[in-house]
Ligand binder design. Structure first.
Ligand code: SF4
Ligand code: SF4
Length: 192
């Protein structure tokens, strides 16, 4: 993957962004990052990332909101926690990346056509609405919103999955969905 680097200017900063992230429980330690690069060194995905974990930590702390939220880094993180385990300042890098993902989804600031944030959003909406995930509608929505042509290329695999019972056209719903929705709303309200 070709990585492009651009110069960052003072005017690109969104003052207060770093503070906001660091005010979330579990993210406070970011303040003490010494930019040692250990997190980038142990991260199995860093070679594919636009910004390494070390860079994402500094960009976050320094208020470069757009760069952080629109980068592929937060979506390529596989939550292996290697960085968090090794960080000499005990910074919970993985949890900070989760927080950044949530913000990116809330503000629709993810890389255009990039499937992972769309999948995460559709997944959570489906759980909210039905209490369960139906794979086929989920995959169809994902293709339609990211790469409709890819759906045609994958129709045979979809048929095979339906034939073997891995995919179903039926959409399942739990009972008492309202209770689940109340719980999820309460969590959302708590997170602000
Ligand atoms: S390992 Fe920790 S202290 Fe070092 S750059 Fe990464 S986040 Fe900062
Ligand atoms: S948790 Fe994410 S950022 Fe940290 S090492 Fe694993 S993939 Fe890399």
């Amino acid at each position: 993957m070709e990585i492009t680097r651009t110069i960052k200017y003072e005017a690109d900063r969104v003052k207060g962004f770093g503070r906001e992230v660091m005010s979330v429980p579990g993210c406070e330690q970011l303040e003490s990052c010494i930019q040692c690069g250990t997190c980038s060194g142990v991260c199995p995905m860093s070679i594919y990332m636009e910004y390494t974990p070390r860079q994402i930590m500094e960009l976050t702390r320094s208020d470069f909101k757009k760069e952080v939220l629109t980068s592929n880094t937060i979506w390529l993180c596989v939550s292996c926690y290697a960085c968090t385990t090794e960080c000499p300042r005990e910074i919970r890098i993985t949890d900070i990346i989760y927080e950044l993902k949530q913000r990116a989804i809330k503000e629709h600031q993810y890389p255009r056509g990039f499937p992972i944030p769309v999948l995460a959003q559709e997944f959570s909406q489906m759980v909210y609405k039905n209490g369960r995930v139906a794979e086929l509608p989920l995959v169809m929505k994902l293709f339609l919103k990211t790469n409709p042509l890819a759906a045609m290329g994958n129709w045979r695999m979809g048929m095979d999955l339906m034939r073997t019972g891995r995919f179903t056209l039926a959409s399942e719903r739990i009972e008492a969905r309202e209770d689940l929705q109340k719980m999820l709303d309460a969590i959302d309200a708590k997170q602000g």
